[in-house]
Ligand binder design. Structure first.
Ligand code: CTP
Length: 401
């Protein structure tokens, strides 16, 4: 999330300073290198030792080291950083920042910093809505500083209102979104997901172990980027969180094919994540089959290949993505599916990799495009992987537009 990012955490003197320990830990966990600068008063709320231990860097607070006379260079620190987060930002510190009152190292570092600056205000509710504070916040904003808005809730004074510092998780999330901006995808997307059930009789079916988790995670990530998503879904227990996603429920491959064929002509992107049964019983019984002979033969007929059939109708501007689960000759088989089904990309997962495939919450894949470029993605959660797949799609779609 913040891999290799160099972040200065400025801590000013408010009770929310106690949360700085968690903030440092989360920043370091997200991959950032953290250096802490604190106002002298902030040391009353949290010790430099706690912060230097967590950040693995010494904490700066004074202009110079009293014993050696060495100067702490706010200029070097300001130039070193990719981002400067001031959390908590008290009314006093924001006022000094807005008016260049450079009487401590935090403010001189702020005035020297060339990187983006984020203020996470924290104070009591009446202070927070005071016109002087509001004016300073507006002043800071108008100069391009980012404000991570305070939250509403119980305050240290015992009063209830707006003024609580944003939670450390929210601050890390804000930084992460700043450094990894989400792409937008103004597209209509058809996505097939889950297994199909092929009836043997009214109570039995041929199915498979697909959970639909990967497909639904991709649908969520697509919708998050602004795409209009319709899932044609086989029977699954997962459900959508984003209510803008339309879900059409089907059971058999034939039903999935018919529903998808109606949507496909009007979509910009089709993502075929469903584990469609290749065959179904040719003569499903109308009544429950009774046990009689020692063996039972079922005649199976081939189901429509949804991706291949729709691939034949695909226009030059439509993009389609397939999924393949292979156990041998993985890359060769995946590549041949790209051409036989007219895919632009195929996402290949291998059952040979631990943690990958059906039912698990993680997956490990390769994304292969029609020019045979292979992108190897390490084992990650299906949500994270969905985002990677959607990033590739966004890039391709937005480049093509
Ligand atoms: N697919 C489909 N309709 C089918 C079979 C597959 O839409 N009847 C889609 C899947 O959703 C997937 C891709 O085709 O995106 C490849 O699926 P896979 O099962 O690997 O391909 P098959 O053609 O069934 O090949 P195999 O013989 O390896 O099962």
């Amino acid at each position: 999330m913040l891999d290799g990012k160099r972040i200065i955490l400025g801590i000013s003197g408010g009770i929310a300073a106690y949360k700085a320990a968690i903030l440092v830990r989360l920043l370091v966990k997200a991959g950032a290198e953290v250096r802490v600068v604190m106002t002298p008063f902030a040391k009353n709320f949290i010790t430099p030792l706690t912060l230097s231990t967590l950040s693995k860097n010494s904490v700066l607070s004074e202009f110079y080291k009293a014993d050696s006379g060495d100067w702490n260079s706010h200029v070097d620190l300001g130039l070193w950083a990719d981002a400067f987060v001031i959390a908590p930002a008290t009314a006093n510190t924001m006022a000094k920042a807005a008016h260049a009152v450079a009487d401590n190292l935090l403010i001189t570092t702020y005035l020297s910093a060339r990187c983006p600056v984020f203020f996470a205000p924290a104070m009591d509710l009446d202070m927070f809505r005071h016109p002087a504070v509001c004016h300073n916040i507006e002043l800071l904003k108008s100069r391009g500083n980012h404000i991570i808005d305070a939250e509403t809730g119980e305050l240290a004074s015992g009063l209830d209102g707006k003024g609580r510092m944003a939670e450390p998780e929210t601050i890390v999330q804000t930084l992460s979104e700043f450094f990894n901006p989400k792409q937008t995808l103004n597209a209509k997307v058809l996505l097939t997901a889950g297994p199909t059930y092929e009836a043997i009789d009214p109570v039995r079916f041929i199915g498979n172990r697909s959970s639909g988790k990967m497909g639904y995670a991709i649908a969520e990530a697509l919708a998050e980027c602004g795409a209009h998503v319709t899932i044609v879904s086989g029977p699954v227990s997962v459900s959508v969180k984003n209510q803008k996603i339309k879900v059409i429920r089907v059971e058999s491959a034939q039903e999935m094919f018919e529903a998808s064929a109606k949507i496909f002509p009007n979509c910009d992107i089709a993502v075929f994540t469903a584990a469609v049964a290749d065959y179904s019983p040719q003569f499903p019984a109308n009544q429950k089959i009774k046990k009689s002979e020692q063996s039972l033969n079922l005649v199976l007929k081939k189901n429509p290949d949804i991706a291949a059939e729709l691939g034949k109708l695909k226009s030059d501007t439509q993009i389609s993505v397939g999924f393949a689960l292979e156990t041998e000759n993985e890359i060769e088989n995946a590549k041949s599916k790209i051409s036989s089904k007219n895919f632009d990309f195929i996402v290949l997962n291998s059952l040979n990799d631990a943690g990958a495939g059906f039912g698990t919450d993680t997956n490990k894949v390769k994304i292969i495009d029609k020019h045979n470029t292979i992108l190897d993605i390490e084992l990650k959660s299906k949500q994270e992987l969905a985002q990677d797949i959607v990033d590739v799609l966004c890039e391709h779609f937005n480049r093509q537009k």
